[in-house]
Design a protein around this ligand. Sequence first.
Ligand SMILES: Cc1cc2nc3c(=O)[nH]c(=O)nc-3n(C[C@H](O)[C@H](O)[C@H](O)COP(=O)(O)OP(=O)(O)OC[C@H]3O[C@@H](n4cnc5c(N)ncnc54)[C@H](O)[C@@H]3O)c2cc1C
Length: 372
Amino acid sequence: MLVGAGHTHVELLLQGHRFTEAGLQLVVVSPEPAHPYSGMGPGLLGGTYSVADISLPIGDLAARTGARFVQQSVVSHNPQSRTLMLADGSALGYDLVSFNVGSEVPADAGRSAVCPVIPVKPIAGLAAAREVIEAACRAGRGARVAIVGGGPAGVELAGNVAWLLATLGAPAAAAGAESRVDLYASDRPLAGLSGRRQRYVERCLKASGVRVHHGQRVDVAALCGGAAGLLPSPPDLVLLATGIGPPRALDAFGLPCAPDGAILVDRYLRAQGAEHVFAVGDCASFAEEPLDRVGVYAVRMQRVLLRNLLATAAGTPLQPFTATGPYLGGLNLGFGRGILYRGPWTLRGRPAFRAKDWIDRRFVRRYQRPVA
Ligand SMILES: Cc1cc2nc3c(=O)[nH]c(=O)nc-3n(C[C@H](O)[C@H](O)[C@H](O)COP(=O)(O)OP(=O)(O)OC[C@H]3O[C@@H](n4cnc5c(N)ncnc54)[C@H](O)[C@@H]3O)c2cc1C
């Protein structure tokens, strides 16, 4: 049973024949028949990609590789009776389960009755955000967009909103323009970067017309209400990029969790104390060492999870997950610019955007093309 179809499970679906050959029935439970790939989410907002470009076709993949697709969310889990409860009130039993249910912006991060507030996750919300901006520009008054959170996601969103506005003919940087993009960052380094990398990101945002407010922890309700000192008038849209955490639903999964609420897993990606339960990606907390919540680690877990599910079913030894080393970080800064970095190495500007675009498109195409 695969619960959620994130970066790890999508590969297991592609290799569904491995389960069939082992005499196992693969079932995937996901609320969405297509999963938008987060690495391309900012580009979806900025207009580089369509929803189809970034979609991992979960339902189709399952059909093509002989897995059963159940379009539902899991709301609770009983590891003793090996039962999942679904949002429609039905139950599913299993022999072996793996959770790859990702992460979310905490619900208490902010809301308002006055203007739309869209969190950066789920990624599908970014398509809705683009529509809000396009509608405001069609109405002829430009769009005022506030982004709360100056981490990598907030920076990518700011650059891409500015690019979208420029494409729509309502650039945030133009003199007298009604459009504006405000990025509210706390006092931590912008995008989590330092030195020359951070200065480059700052320069790109400035050139794009983004107004960066450092050291400002804003209250979303006050921001939407046009509170004095924040914005001259309420924004058309607030994008929330205040950090992601494990889904609250995990509270009802009956499994040992880390202090942040993620499922604690051992070196074999097995939930602690439950040999028939695995967890991967953002929803898992790797007990051996803390890992950043990035898709790269979820992708690196694909091979070990596939092997360990088959090994558990066959009663053969499991393989530890050891690919915890440094990874290639990358930001799409809008206007066809980006930055890629790993260790002391950095690539900036258009070559960085093109390289990130190539890596991301290659990842998605692997799952979009017909199964051989
Ligand atoms: C704007 C943005 C850009 C990013 N760019 C990058 C990048 O370039 N590179 C990078 O490495 N990381 C990037 N990240 C981080 C990355 O998004 C996450 O680390 C990654 O999505 C984690 O993958 P995952 O497989 O754990 O979960 P996800 O990809 O989030 O997938 C989780 C799946 O589980 C499903 N699900 C959720 N709850 C349930 C439930 N109760 N029942 C059933 N199914 C459920 C969801 O519908 C979804 O399909 C970015 C994040 C953001 C917000």
